[in-house]
Design a protein around this ligand. Structure first.
Ligand code: OSB
Ligand code: MG
Length: 377
C-alpha cells in the first residue's frame, strides 16, 4: 500500500489550569498532530512535544521540520506491506537518531490507519496476541503549587473521583514539607512524587531523597538528570522507596542498563519519549521479562495521544496506575468525541471498537490551528 497523504496540524489549546513542574509552567499546550490517509481511511497521531523545549528538546516546530523535510517524503514514497506497515515504519526509522516525538507522531497515525483498514481496535494491534487488560487503573499528576490548601483540594477531588493514586510534582525545598502535610491530612493514600530531574544539581541528592524515604511513597520518579542513569544506582541502594525513571529512558537499551545496575525498580513508559509505540512495547516486554513493573506516563496529551496511551496501557505489564486521566482534567473541550472519562473506581475502559475508538473532531482541531499543511507525493 501507499500512504496517500500526510497532514500536519499544529494547534495551540488553553489548559483548564496551569501545570507546574520543576522545569516550568504550562498554561497553553502546543501540540503537533499527524493524520495519515490511504484508500479512504485515515489515522491520527500526536507528538508529545510542547511549544517550548522543557521536558524534551523537541518542540512542535522541530517536529514539523523533521516530518516535513525528512519523514513525510520517505513515508509517501515507500511501497508499504498491506499488513504490518506501522511496524515496518518503526523498523525503517529505528536507525534514525533522536527526534523521538516527531517519529512517534507519524508512527501513531500509521497504527491508527492500520487498525481502521483492518477493521480492528488499536488495542488489539498493540497487543498483537498478548493478553490485554480491559480496564486500567488511573492516577493523577498534580503540579507544584504555592498554596497547600489549593493542592489539598485537588487531592481531595481526585480521591473523591476515584483516582487510584496521587502523584505530586516536587522540587528541592518544596518536597518534604509538602509530602509531610499530605500524609498528615490524607493518611496512607497511594502517593508518589515526581522530581523531573530536580535534584540533578543537589550535591547531597542522597540526603535529600533519604529525607523522603520514610513516607511510604509508591516511588520517586526521575530525581536526577536526564543523562544520568548511573547516578541513581548508589541512591536506590540506600532507599526503601523504588526509584522510577522517566526522562532518562530513551530506548530498550537504556532500560536494560538501568535494570542491570539497579538504578530503578519501576519504569515510566512514554512512547513519545522512546520514539514510538513499537519501541515502547519492546520496553514493556523487556521489563516484563525482568520482572520490573511499568506504567504509562502522560505528556498532557490531547484526546488523540491519550487514546493511544490507553490502548497501549492495556498490555499486561502495565501494572501500576497510569497518567491517563480524564480529558476534562486538562481540557475544556477535547478534540475527540466522546472525551476520555474514568469510572467511579478510577479506571478507564479501553475502547474495543475499530481504530482509535473515539471520533476525532477535525473542526475543533481547525478552530485551534497555528499551522496546517497537507503533503502528497
Ligand atoms: O514528568 O510525567 C511527567 C507532564 C508533562 C511533562 C512531563 C510530565 C508530565 C506529567 C503529566 O506528569 C502527566 C499527565 O499527562 O497526566
Ligand atoms: Mg515524569
Amino acid at each position: 500500500m501507499h500512504v496517500e497523504t500526510l497532514e500536519l496540524f499544529w494547534i495551540k489549546m488553553p489548559m483548564v489550569g496551569p501545570f507546574t513542574t520543576s522545569f516550568g509552567t504550562t498554561q497553553e499546550r502546543e501540540i503537533l498532530l499527524v493524520k495519515a490517509s490511504a484508500g479512504g481511511a485515515s489515522g491520527w497521531g500526536e507528538s508529545g512535544a510542547d511549544g517550548v523545549p522543557m521536558y524534551s528538546y523537541e518542540t512542535a516546530r522541530t517536529g514539523w521540520h523533521i516530518i516535513e523535510d525528512f519523514v513525510a517524503p520517505v513515508v509517501l514514497e515507500e511501497e508499504w506491506p498491506d499488513e504490518g506497515f506501522a511496524v515496518a515504519y518503526a523498523e525503517k526509522f529505528s536507525s534514525w537518531r533522536w527526534h523521538p516525538m516527531a517519529r512517534c507522531a507519524v508512527e501513531e497515525a500509521l497504527w491508527a490507519l492500520e487498525a481502521q483498514r483492518r477493521d480492528v481496535s488499536l488495542q488489539s494491534l498493540y497487543a498483537n496476541a498478548r493478553s490485554i487488560q480491559e480496564r486500567i487503573p488511573v492516577g493523577i499528576s498534580l503540579g507544584i503549587q504555592d498554596d497547600f490548601e489549593a493542592l489539598a483540594d485537588q487531592i481531595a477531588a481526585g480521591l473523591e473521583q476515584g483516582y487510584q493514586r496521587i502523584k505530586l510534582k516536587v522540587e528541592p525545598g518544596r518536597d518534604v514539607s509538602v509530602v509531610e502535610s499530605v500524609r498528615e491530612r490524607f493518611g496512607e493514600i497511594p502517593l508518589m512524587i515526581d522530581a523531573n530531574c530536580g535534584y540533578r544539581n543537589d550535591p547531597d541528592a542522597l540526603g535529600s531523597l533519604k529525607a523522603l524515604d520514610g513516607f511510604n511513597l509508591l516511588m520517586i520518579e526521575q530525581p536526577l538528570a536526564h543523562d544520568d542513569i548511573d547516578g541513581n544506582a548508589p541512591i536506590q541502594a540506600e532507599l526503601e522507596t523504588p526509584i522510577c525513571l522517566d526522562e532518562s529512558i530513551h530506548s530498550a537499551r537504556h532500560a536494560a542498563h538501568a535494570i542491570d545496575i539497579e538504578a530503578c525498580r519501576v519504569v515510566n513508559i512514554k512512547a513519545s519519549r522512546v520514539g514510538g509505540r513499537a519501541a515502547a512495547i519492546a520496553i514493556h516486554d523487556l521489563c516484563a521479562a525482568r520482572e520490573i513493573p511499568v506504567w504509562c506516563g502522560g505528556m498532557l496529551e490531547s484526546g488523540i495521544g491519550r487514546l493511544h496511551n490507553i490502548a497501549m496501557a492495556s498490555l499486561p505489564n502495565f501494572q501500576m496506575p497510569g497518567d491517563l486521566s480524564a480529558s476534562k482534567r486538562y481540557w475544556q473541550q477535547d478534540i475527540i468525541d466522546p472525551a476520555v472519562e474514568i469510572d467511579d473506581e478510577g479506571h478507564v475502559t479501553v475502547p474495543n471498537t475499530v481504530g482509535l475508538g473515539h471520533e476525532v473532531l477535525e473542526d475543533r482541531i481547525r478552530d485551534n490551528l497555528v499551522r496546517y499543511e497537507k503533503f502528497t507525493l
